[in-house]
Design a protein around this ligand. Structure first.
Ligand code: HEC
Ligand code: HEC
Length: 287
């Protein structure tokens, strides 16, 4: 019961926020992010042409407190980098019936994986499917290594995605939305604008209509995923994109899709495309 009361309070708070500020496009702070004094991160960009209702896109980093922001400016202070280190060991470890490690085929991740993150999810011609990074990693494990798949939101998986992401930090997100992925992208867009749950809220109601506003104690961002995987101070671990989607859908009091489901893959493609032009910055730090 108390959960319901809390959610309804959230909805009312949101309603209040809608009334309080007609043009809600404010309140991303003016801070700049340079990681390790070296990697300049684009946290604000002109919205991609396909976005109808937003002119400027912002990384979620711009909505966090200074204390949280600063943790991402240096890898020694970024707790998400522990996941990257763990994944480096896994990258080199032989596993499965074929006696291979990731490194056996791909060499150094720091070289071979540069530029991979910014274009995912992407079309895989052979499999005729849209693949997230997680799906691709499991495809290599299962079909190239003869190893067991990792759970979609498991620690091993999120760490590996963090490693692959980290070597592309600073590069602009640039997922394709046309050609063979167009249908999936449309499906993702529809999910983004569909109101769900007892609160009848869509992703857009919070992350497009109300970013910059407060919802309970949280400063609402645009819900971008250029920072994923995200180390959350709240649950003190790295979180993948679908785990975050699941939490947000649950907050609307709706039945949620499973991580790795076709629906969340489509939603990820669409949400990723809303960040085209922002820098890849994962693993990032958020509250
Ligand atoms: C036996 C060789 C082999 C092993 C071992 C292997 N891969 Fe792959 N991997 C490939 C090939 C070949 C491709 C390209 C296949 C394709 O496009 O479907 C690929 C593609 C990828 C891609 C996508 C790259 C891109 O540009 O889109 C990622 C990410 C990846 N592998 C990660 C891994 C990880 C992580 C591991 C270890 C858990 C691993 N691979 C193990 C052969 C391998
Ligand atoms: C009731 C309002 C609400 C709805 C509806 C909602 N979210 Fe969120 N979302 C939040 C809050 C609050 C946060 C935490 C603060 C922030 O980063 O915006 C958040 C965070 C996020 C983040 C993390 C951003 C980052 O930089 O770490 C993503 C991604 C996200 N939401 C995506 C979605 C998607 C996709 C949907 C629709 C399925 C959705 N949200 C629906 C409230 C909402």
């Amino acid at each position: 019961m108390s959960v319901v009361v809390k959610r309804v309070t959230a909805m009312l708070a949101l309603g209040g926020a809608v009334l309080a500020s007609a043009p809600a496009f404010a309140d991303a702070d003016e801070d700049n992010l340079v990681i390790n004094g070296d990697i300049a991160i684009v946290t604000e960009a002109k919205a991609p042409a396909h976005m109808e209702y937003v002119d400027t896109i912002y990384s979620g980093w711009r909505f966090r407190s200074d204390e949280t922001q600063v943790m991402q400016a240096d890898d020694f202070d970024n707790p998400g980098m522990i996941g990257v280190e763990n994944a480096m060991e896994k990258w080199a470890a032989v596993d499965g019936s074929e006696g291979k490690s990731c490194a056996s085929c791909h060499g150094d991740a720091e070289e071979s994986m540069v530029g991979v993150r910014p274009v995912y999810p992407k079309w895989n011609e052979e499999a005729q499917e849209v693949r997230t990074l997680e799906m691709q990693v499991n495809d290599c494990r299962e079909n190239r290594m003869g190893a067991e798949k990792w759970g979609y939101t498991s620690g091993s998986m999120v760490d590996m995605v963090a490693l692959i992401t980290s070597v592309s930090r600073g590069m602009p997100v640039s997922v394709a939305i046309d050609g063979p992925v167009a249908e999936t992208w449309e499906q993702g867009k529809e999910l983004y604008y569909s109101r769900t749950g007892q609160l009848e809220l869509s992703c857009a109601n919070c992350h497009e209509d109300n970013y910059g506003n407060m919802i309970r104690a949280d400063h609402l961002s645009q819900g971008q995923i250029n920072g994923f995987p995200v180390y959350r101070l709240k649950n003190t671990k790295l979180n993948g994109v679908h785990a975050r989607f699941k939490g947000c859908v649950r907050d609307t009091m709706a039945e949620t899709y499973s991580p790795g489901s076709a629906e969340f893959v489509a939603l990820e493609l669409y949400v990723a495309s809303r960040g085209n032009g922002l820098s890849v910055e994962g693993p990032s730090v958020r509250n």
